[in-house]
Design a protein around this ligand. Structure first.
Ligand code: SF4
Ligand code: SF4
Ligand code: SF4
Length: 332
C-alpha cells in the first residue's frame, strides 16, 4: 500500500524537527564553548553565554523545581534550565514522550545510529530476559535522584546547593567533563556510542533518568496510539520500526511508558485505519501530536523570555570568576 500524504508529512516533519533542534543545540554548544574559553581565560574574545545550555542540567532543574514549589522562588541562576524542564514535564504529561521523539538531540543521534546499524545489519535485539532487567536501570537511577533531592533535601539544603559555586559552574563542569574525560568516563562514552549502532537506543532505553521521568508522566497522557484488532493482519511491520521495541500487536492501546510518540508505526501499517492516534479515545489527525509538541515547547520558551525567566541574573564577570576555578570547585 502506498503511504498517504499525511504519513509522508509525518516522517518529514519529524526529521525536520529533530534536525532543527540538533543544529540549534550544536550552535548553542559552540557559543558556550567560546564563552567557556573566555571565562576560563583561555581566549581574550568575549562571547555571550547561551541560556539554552542549561537544558543539559536536569538535576539542577529538579532542585530548582522543588525550591520553586517550597519557596515560590524561580531559579535566577539557571532559569532557562528550569523553564525547559517544566516544558518537558508538561509535554510528557499531555503529549506522551513527545520531547524524546521530536525534540531531544540525544534521542535524534540515537535514532540515527540505530538506522545506520540496521542498514549495516549489525543491529541486535537483546532477548527479553536481558532487555527487561536493563529497562529497570533508568527507573532505579531516577528513584535514586528523587530520593536524594525530592525526599531528602529540605528548603535550607536546596538553597545551600542552589547558591553554591558548584551550581554556578555546573555547565562549565559538564563541558570540562566532555573536553577532558577521565579514562574510565571516556571509555564508557565510547562504549555507549558503539553500542548505539548495535542495539536500539541503549542510552535512552536503559539509562536516561530524564526519559524515565517523562515516561512515567506519559502513562497519564490522553494521546495514545490505538490498534483496531479487527483490521490488524499481524504483519508486525509496526513493531519492526518501533524505536522503543513495543509489542504493539499485543495491545489495543499503547499506554506504554516507553512510547516516545514518534508515530513511526502509523505510516508502515498496510491496513488503512488500523493504527490511529487517539485523544481521550477519539481518533485525531496524527499531525496534532508534533504540532502541539513543537508549538507548546516554543510557547514555553517565548513565555520564559517575555517574563524574564530565561536569561541568568548572574553577570558574566561573576561566572568568569567561578569558571576559573572549574578544576578545583567540587560538589558541596
Ligand atoms: S530518553 Fe533522555 S536522552 Fe533519550 S530522548 Fe529522552 S530525554 Fe533525550
Ligand atoms: S508505539 Fe508507535 S509512536 Fe510509540 S514509540 Fe513505537 S513507533 Fe513510536
Ligand atoms: S502494521 Fe498494522 S496490520 Fe501490521 S501488525 Fe501492525 S497494526 Fe497490525
Amino acid at each position: 500500500m502506498k503511504p498517504s500524504r499525511t504519513s509522508n508529512t509525518l516522517t518529514r516533519l519529524r526529521l525536520i524537527s529533530q534536525s532543527a533542534f540538533a543544529v540549534f543545540c550544536l550552535i548553542v554548544g559552540y557559543q558556550f564553548y567560546r564563552f567557556y574559553l573566555w571565562a576560563t581565560g583561555a581566549s581574550p574574545d568575549i562571547a555571550l553565554r547561551p541560556p539554552a545550555v542549561e537544558a543539559f542540567l536536569p538535576l539542577g532543574a529538579l532542585v530548582s523545581l522543588k525550591r520553586l514549589v517550597l519557596s515560590g522562588e524561580f531559579d535566577a541562576i539557571h532559569p532557562a534550565g528550569l523553564a525547559i524542564f517544566l516544558a518537558a514535564l508538561f509535554l510528557g504529561l499531555f503529549l506522551r514522550k513527545g520531547f524524546c521523539g521530536w525534540i531531544c538531540p540525544i534521542g535524534f543521534a540515537s535514532n540515527l545510529a540505530e538506522k545506520i546499524g540496521r542498514k549495516m545489519r549489525i543491529l541486535m535485539i537483546p532477548p527479553r530476559w536481558i532487555d527487561l532487567p536493563l529497562l529497570s536501570l533508568k527507573y532505579l537511577l531516577l528513584g535514586a535522584f528523587a530520593w536524594l533531592i525530592l525526599w531528602n533535601m529540605n528548603l535550607q539544603e536546596l538553597t545551600a546547593f542552589h547558591l553554591s559555586p558548584y551550581n554556578m559552574i555546573s555547565d562549565a563542569k559538564m563541558l570540562h567533563f566532555f573536553l577532558e574525560p577521565s579514562r574510565l568516563a571516556g571509555g564508557i562514552m565510547l562504549a555507549l556510542v558503539a553500542l548505539s549502532f548495535l542495539m536500539k537506543n541503549p542510552w535512552c532505553r536503559y539509562l536516561c533518568p530524564y526519559g524515565a521521568l517523562l515516561g512515567l508522566l506519559a502513562i497519564f497522557s490522553p494521546l495514545q496510539v490505538q490498534r483496531d484488532r479487527n483490521l490488524c493482519i499481524d504483519c508486525k511491520r509496526c513493531e519492526a520500526v518501533c524505536p522503543s521495541s513495543i509489542k504493539i500487536t499485543a495491545r489495543k492501546t499503547v499506554r506504554n511508558s516507553e512510547c516516545i510518540g514518534c508515530l513511526e508505526c502509523l505510516p508502515v501499517c498496510p491496513q488503512q485505519e488500523c493504527l490511529k492516534l487517539s485523544l481521550y479515545g477519539r481518533t485525531v489527525s496524527p499531525l496534532i501530536l508534533p504540532t502541539l509538541v513543537i508549538g507548546l515547547f516554543l510557547l514555553f520558551w517565548g513565555a520564559a523570555r517575555l517574563t524574564g525567566h530565561w536569561q541568568s541574573r548572574i553577570p558574566p564577570e561573576t561566572f568568569r570568576h567561578y569558571y576559573q576555578q572549574v578544576q578545583t570547585i567540587g560538589h558541596p
